[in-house]
Design a protein around this ligand. Structure first.
Ligand code: AGP
Length: 609
């Protein structure tokens, strides 16, 4: 949540910061602001609403300077408004912040008692005041920041400027992501890689409790307490183009269509077809230890949690190890029973979700082994977990997750094969069949994507519905949940996902002739049961949109609308079924005129608890 960008070098800072903020707008978009310093004078521009408003303001009232900071906000404390937009200035100090300062009320009271006047309702403003107070004591910017940071509780990624030391930019991190880009005689700081990818591929990932001081053309990394640090840059091979729309109207649509490529990249170099297994050295768990695991917890939020639910079906069926799936924000507070025979699998596209990160730390503290499934290289969760299975979806910009989800399913499938082959529950021939089915999926997915025009047409028929129900069974029940989440996230239509067999225990009361019900009915083990559930809907006048296997005449004869997809083995149906649901949600949202890539109230990366 919230995106921050900083720049210091020999170029005009404002355009670089704005361009970076544009790439970070998915992190929050209720207000935005910049500050540049020129000849010891700070120019701040802030505006409510999207970045376009700030752009307009800057064209009417430009700024100039070669050092600056910027922010795009997702409100936590204080409603979206210009006065709550960052940067916040107090005296000489100007701050942009991502995170939450938990003790801000206590600090604010103390600062008010000292006669300090607050101009916003944010927690962030206390940071600028407290640094400015320390500056009065020490007269040194860097020292003032170090002292002030020791008084903050909570999470932050900060970029800080000082009018009385106009050539210095300081950035600090604790609990919120931050990456530093190394250019030629210039430096960039940002919350996320895409913001600065157009300028450099050499990046340093900051750890919690670290800060960096950019001064006199140099970057000095240290701990907040002042211990110098030698940080090694990483080369990032994402291309800047991967973070562009590439001719599509929305990032979401582009990302939906990228899914065959994303799957190919995720399985590339990992399959051993002949041996019927996969290589996942990145698990970093010796086979002997894998064999000793007696329970698995998969922990995640949102869409990643839906992937986790699919993972439970896969692992329990093929590996016969009990799996518990937890919503990350619940996991850490329910005193989970884990020990060194427990494996925790943390799933997160961004690798920065605060709840998932906290669950990882909780599990580690209780002695569990852990592995992450992440998309963003070197993100906090990726760095803090013992092993990482990267999903190689490439940067996902649309707030509604699509290609990251699909590749999470692929990663879980790979993990299942690896685990099953290691502990002997999947023998070689079965492993070969599973691997070859997976190889075939991208081609099938390309065929499913050809259904796009049909889904647009169906979307037109149902776009005015007030509510939607999604039903699935077994391994496809989580896909019903995901279909409903996609629709509500971007179209703002109320939608519920249910296990089809559970419908008669309550939700059936909602069904009438205005209720579209999306039924996932591929030819799997539970097919006949799903058909019966569909009949129950039809009998009550509900409008059925069925997604079934190619060649299924029975369903076509009964449902209002039928979408037919090619079938693979049951374990891979969640991947194929997800695509029509993504496209249906996308087209309904476009027809309703919502902001598909940046739906209201949401942020791509939820770095607050
Ligand atoms: C997905 O469409 C959502 N925007 C959201 O539920 C997301 O999956 C969730 O916030 C978890 O994010 P993560 O995968 O980056 O941890």
């Amino acid at each position: 949540m919230c995106g921050i960008v900083g720049y210091t070098g020999k170029q005009e800072a404002t355009p670089i910061i704005l361009e970076g903020l544009r790439k970070l707008e998915y992190r929050g978009y209720d207000s935005a602001g910049v500050c540049v310093i020129n000849a010891g004078h700070a120019s701040i521009r802030r505006s409510e609403g999207k970045l376009a408003n700030l752009d307009k303001l800057l064209s009417e009232n430009p700024t100039s300077g070669e050092i600056g900071i910027g922010h795009t906000r997702w409100a936590t404390h204080g409603r979206p408004s210009e006065r709550n937009a960052h940067p916040h200035q107090a005296g000489s100090i100007i701050v942009v912040h991502n995170g939450i300062i938990e003790n801000y009320l206590e600090l604010k009271k103390r600062l008010k008692d000292l006669g300090r006047d607050f101009k916003s309702d944010t927690d962030t403003e206390v940071i600028s005041h407290i640094i400015d107070e320390k500056l009065k004591e020490t007269c040194r910017f860097e020292e003032a920041v170090r002292l002030a940071l020791q008084e903050l509780r909570g999470a932050y990624a900060l970029c800080i400027l000082c009018e009385s030391e106009p050539g210095t930019l300081i950035a600090a991190k604790k609990g919120s992501p931050m990456v530093v880009g190394l250019g030629e005689n210039e430096y960039f700081v940002a919350s996320d890689i895409p913001a600065i990818l157009a300028h450099t591929r050499e990046m340093v990932f900051m750890e919690d409790g670290e800060m960096v001081v950019f001064r006199d053309g140099k970057a000095a990394f240290s701990s907040i307490a002042g211990k110098p640090l030698d940080k090694t840059p990483r080369h990032i091979d994402w291309s800047p183009l991967m973070a562009e729309k590439g001719g599509y109207r929305h990032f979401m649509l582009k990302e939906i269509f990228e899914q065959p490529r994303a799957i190919r990249d995720t399985i590339a170099g990992r399959l051993a077809e002949e041996e019927g297994t996969v290589h996942l050295e990145e698990l970093k768990i010796p086979d002997a230890d894998l064999a000793g695991i007696d329970r698995i917890f998969i922990v995640a939020c949102g869409t990643s949690w839906h992937a986790a639910l699919v993972g439970k079906f896969l692992i329990e069926e093929h590996c016969r190890i009990p799996v518990e799936v937890d919503i990350a924000s619940e996991f850490r507070y329910r005193k989970p029973i884990v020990n060194d025979k427990t494996l925790m699998v943390l799933i997160s596209q961004s690798g920065e979700t605060a709840d998932t990160l906290a669950a990882l730390r909780e599990g580690k503290a209780r002695g569990a082994k852990n592995v992450a499934i992440c998309n963003v290289v070197d993100s906090s969760i990726a760095r803090e977990s013992n092993g990482v299975i990267y999903t190689h979806a490439g940067p996902e910009i649309g707030v509604a997750s699509t290609k990251a989800f699909i590749t999470q399913l692929v990663a879980l499938y790979l993990f299942t094969i690896k685990l099953g082959r290691t502990i002997g529950t999947i023998e070689r021939e079965k492993g070969k069949a599973m691997v070859s089915a997976l190889i075939h999926v991208p081609v099938l997915l390309e065929r499913v994507l050809e259904l796009n025009p049909q889904l647009e047409k169906i979307a037109r028929s149902y776009m005015h519905a007030r509510d939607f129900l999604y039903l699935g069974r077994g391994i496809n029940y989580p896909i019903a949940l995901e279909g409903a989440l996609k629709l509500k996230e971007i179209s703002y239509i109320h939608a519920e996902g249910y296990p089809a067999g559970e419908m008669k225990h309550g939700p059936i009361a909602l069904i009438d002739e205005n209720m579209p019900v999306v039924v996932l009915a591929p030819k799997t083990e539970s097919y006949e049961k799903v058909v019966s559930n569909m009949e129950e809907v039809i009998a009550r006048g509900g409008l059925v949109i069925a997604i079934c296997s190619e060649g299924d005449a029975e369903i076509s004869a009964k449902a209002q609308d039928t979408i037919k997809i090619p079938m693979e083995s049951e374990g891979l149906t969640p991947i194929l079924l997800s695509i029509p649901l993504q496209l249906l949600a996308y087209h309904i949202a476009v027809l309703k005129g919502t902001d598909v890539d940046q739906p209201r109230n949401l942020a791509k990366s939820v770095t607050v608890e």
